[in-house]
Design a protein around this ligand. Structure first.
Ligand code: GRF
Length: 195
């Protein structure tokens, strides 16, 4: 299965996916990183793993649609099965959604629909909920609103710091995303065998 990863940040999820031996054996090919931040650490992580990198800076395009059209054109010859968002800090518009219907997936560090948006771990921590967690879901036009594929709960420990909770959530992400991708690979193989 051929995927593109979209990311804006440190790239720990990209690394977890790329380094997962089960995914390699199952035939996962990460054929492109799309990054919107020229200084993001994820770029180095991709390069270290021989993953081709394309950096597209949104402000150099006339609007979001033109920016996404450039991504669609970059990906078109690569025969991508799925787009995996891994810390990609932008809303996806219909330009990409229509190019990859039900083929764009995101990981979010909370139990959606609770705590959507960019400060989910901190908000759950401050709210002192008994549990938060991780969600993998399909993307739609909303912010963290698409159909849920998998979730894993993480119970808050009394007295733990925000940094500790963040670390535990990220550790769960690094397990859950590869597990979901493994399931997608099996689905994708079935779909191709019926063609
Ligand atoms: C992760 O917490 C992910 O759930 C969220 O952004 C973060 C990306 O982290 N969408 P990294 O860049 O993969 O380390």
């Amino acid at each position: 299965m051929r995927v593109a990863i979209f990311a804006s940040g440190t790239g720990s999820n990209l690394a977890a996916i790329a380094d997962h031996s089960g995914l390699k054996i199952a035939g996962l090919e990460i054929v492109q990183l799309i990054c919107d931040q020229p200084a993001a650490l994820v770029i180095q992580k991709a390069q270290q793993r021989q993953i081709p990198v394309t950096v597209l800076t949104p402000k150099t395009f006339v609007n979001r649609q033109a920016y996404e059209q450039a991504i669609v054109e970059q990906l078109a010859p690569l025969a991508i099965d799925y787009v995996l968002l891994a810390g990609y800090m932008r809303i996806i518009t219909p330009v990409l959604l229509n190019a990859y219907p039900k083929r764009i997936i995101n990981i979010h560090p909370a139990l959606l629909p609770a705590f959507p948006g960019i400060h989910s771990i901190q908000e759950a921590y401050t709210a002192q909920v008994t549990e938060t967690g991780v969600t993998v879901h399909y993307i739609d036009e909303g912010v963290d609103t698409g159909p849920i594929i998998a979730q894993q709960a993480v119970a808050l420990k009394p007295g733990e710091s925000l940094a500790e909770l963040e670390q535990r959530i990220h550790a769960v992400e690094h397990q859950l995303y590869p597990a979901v991708i493994q399931t997608l690979i099996k689905q994708n193989q079935k779909e191709h065998s019926f063609k």
